[in-house]
Design a protein around this ligand. Structure first.
Ligand code: HEC
Length: 116
């Protein structure tokens, strides 16, 4: 239950962040997290620099983050859960590697690939 609280808090923070932050201000500014860099360090090997899966990602059946239909369907909560928990044999969980704030900060990065 403690964890659900974190997810809920993270979700609310993300939603509030999207509403309150004006363009040009990095969303991660307050927590001093460079989310784009986190993505390039931890996610790009499979999900690609531009959100399109790499050969490795395709082999593991990773999603194309530029897919508008998926972007419309996926909730921020699902994205946060996926990053935290991963999928056995496919994607490693990141909850031990990243702080809840870092995981939260990655959501807008994943979202950004859908807006082009
Ligand atoms: C080892 C390769 C690999 C790495 C590294 C990786 N992922 Fe994944 N990711 C996958 C695969 C494969 C799937 C599809 C899992 C499935 O089908 O359940 C996936 C699924 C996802 C999904 C869910 C997409 C959907 O179908 O709803 C999100 C969001 C995601 N990854 C984000 C990230 C983020 C953010 C990072 C970095 C912190 C990351 N991934 C790192 C391989 C990876």
């Amino acid at each position: 239950m403690y964890k659900m609280g974190i997810f809920a808090a993270a979700l609310i923070a993300v939603i509030t962040g999207m509403v309150t932050f004006s363009p040009g201000i990095p969303i991660s500014k307050a927590a001093d997290i460079d989310a784009k860099k986190l993505y390039m360090t931890h996610c790009k090997t499979c999900h690609g620099e531009d959100g399109k899966p790499t050969d490795l990602g395709i082999g593991l059946e990773a999603r194309d983050f530029t897919d508008a239909a998926w972007q419309a369907k996926a909730t921020d909560e699902q994205i946060i859960k996926q990053i935290n928990d991963g999928t056995p044999e496919k994607m490693m969980p990141f909850k031990e590697k990243l702080t809840p704030d870092e995981v939260k900060a990655l959501v807008p990065v994943v979202r950004s690939f859908g807006k082009k």
